[in-house]
Design a protein around this ligand. Structure first.
Ligand code: S3P
Length: 431
């Protein structure tokens, strides 16, 4: 599907971002192994989270979902999952595959996890190796480094493990396995990644401790997890598209309501504020175990910045759209220590640079990031998503800020995480 975008004279309005993708996956998976029923409001209905639901249902979990409104998960307890009669398909979703690999490693049955062509090319050794150290029996292509993964679940033991890169998917996979391990598991990472799993597990009664300097400690559950009903906060990674659009457009004011502002995810707010964006957090409140706010962003004069270090895991998924802000900013922006971007749904360093160059950006690849010279205004052109949802939406935002017409090929990829994206784009644009 192709979408054609023109820069509107004004960007105005109030948007409720879709439910957070990371929290939605976790709400479904953790409630599936709790004992009893949970109601999850504002569950994100994009293709990635639906892949998680389908896998859980194939594992015997009873789930009611009408496509909108409230998801109901009927958890069958720690050992309530059943062997699936078929291969489990995670589609495009790395979170589904990696978290389920951790969970299934501790189940007394056989599972096979696969995904689409993009997911089958993504690295799995980051979960497979530590899970094998815990005693898991996992095979896969290329020595277990690529899907499909074949898991003969069974008994596990706790480990002490330092993650080589900050990754919430790995941390969460190992935390799930740790619930089934003998003895404590201690996890430590080079910089803090998103902590939704820890927050949720603690709220469900699991023994989870975060020790300053000594990482995350998880003890195997002696008792069943309590179901956790919650309202999923709006996804800051989805809201980020409108934050950048509003900050960089000459006549904009956008309110994003009920957005999750967990500090392990809110790097985009810090980065844009550091670039001079006008961003205000209003009505700060808590939904379940997560902080939420309304975010108001207005037209601003942006300047270049440096994005690196512990900020990277706090905004990893927002870097492509942040690159658009950098194109419109005065001066140079450098993004480095972000080599993880090459291992996402596409090689996001290569694809972001290539596609923004088509729109007149002064952007170059670095081995672990990119360097951008602000050009004031982008030029409309034809560009493509490489089947990557975040790239499709990033290019749409570039189109909102470019002179002339922009055509985004492969625009349908946005449905992975934000089915209402194009509808919201129309709602916010006015002439
Ligand atoms: C996610 C963690 C991040 C992020 C991904 C979702 C999660 O990946 O990029 O989109 O839900 O845990 P890594 O864990 O690989 O850093």
């Amino acid at each position: 599907m192709r979408k054609t975008i023109r820069s509107p004279r004004r960007l105005r309005g109030s948007i409720e971002a879709p439910g957070d993708k990371s929290i939605s996956h976790r709400a479904a998976i953790l409630n599936a192994i709790a004992q009893g029923e949970a109601a999850v409001e504002n569950f994100q209905g994009g293709a990635d989270c639906l892949a998680t639901l389908r896998c859980l249902m194939a594992l015997g979990v009873k789930i009611d979902w009408d496509g909108q409104g409230t998801l109901r998960v009927h958890g069958g307890g720690r050992f309530g999952l059943k062997e699936s009669a078929d291969v489990l398909n995670a589609g495009n979703s790395g979170t589904t595959m990696r978290l389920l690999a951790g969970l299934l490693a501790g189940q007394p049955f056989f599972s096979v996890l696969t995904g689409d062509a993009s997911l089958r090319s993504r690295p799995m050794e980051r979960v497979v190796e530590p899970l094998r150290t815990m005693g898991a029996r996992i095979q896969g292509r290329a020595g277990g480094t690529r899907p499909p993964l074949v898991i003969e679940g069974g008994s596990l033991r706790g480990i002490r493990y330092r993650l080589p890169v900050a990754s919430a998917q790995v941390k969460s996979a190992l935390s799930l396995a740790a619930l089934y391990g003998e003895g404590e598991t201690v996890l430590d990472e080079p910089a803090p990644s998103r902590d939704h799993t820890e927050r949720m597990l603690r709220a469900m009664g699991a023994e989870v401790r975060v020790d300053q300097g000594d990482g995350l400690r998880i003890s195997p559950s002696q008792r069943e997890l309590t179901p956790l009903s919650l309202r999923v906060p709006g996804d800051i990674s989805a809201a980020a598209f409108w934050m950048v659009a509003a900050a960089a457009h000459p006549d904009a004011e956008i309110r994003l309501t009920g957005v999750g502002v967990n500090p392990s995810r809110s790097g985009i707010i810090d980065a844009l504020a550091g670039m001079g964006a006008s961003i205000a957090l209003e009505e700060e409140r808590t939904w379940g175990c997560e902080p939420v706010a309304d975010i108001v962003v207005r037209s601003s004069s942006l300047r270049g910045t440096v994005i690196e270090g512990s900020l990277i895991p706090r905004l990893i998924d927002e870097i492509p759209v942040l690159a658009v802000a950098a194109c419109l900013a005065g001066g140079e922006t450098v993004i480095r220590q972000a080599g993880e971007l090459r291992l996402k749904e596409s090689d996001r360093i290569r694809t972001t640079v290539l596609e923004l160059q088509r729109l007149g950006a002064g952007i170059q690849e670095l081995p672990d990031g990119m360097v951008i010279q602000g050009v004031g205004r982008l030029k409309g052109g034809v560009c493509g998503s490489h089947g990557d949802h975040r790239l499709a939406m990033t290019l749409a935002v570039a189109g909102l800020l470019a002179q002339g017409e922009t055509v985004v090929r492969g625009a349908e990829a946005s449905s992975i995480s934000y089915p209402a994206f194009w509808h919201h784009l129309e709602e916010l644009s006015s002439d």
